[in-house]
Write a protein that binds this ligand. Sequence first.
Ligand SMILES: [Zn+2]
Length: 81
Amino acid sequence: MADVTFGSCCEDLAEAMTRPENPTFFVEENGVLYLSIGFAETEEGLMWFDMAAIHCPFCGKQLQDKEAIAATEEPEESEPE
Ligand SMILES: [Zn+2]
């Protein structure tokens, strides 16, 4: 999954992906493309909100599968059993 390349759907995304100074799009180690949608000042500093980009924000093509992404994500909190 690490060799997935994003930006093959349209030039806009390709351009966004090839600009390292752009923190809006980033690919995590699990190969999932995330999209930063905002940030907030908290007591612990700047906190970014991001979401997995299921669809290309420019052309709307489906890039990733929600269930496949869920399978790659580590559960942040484990429910007590
Ligand atoms: Zn696109």
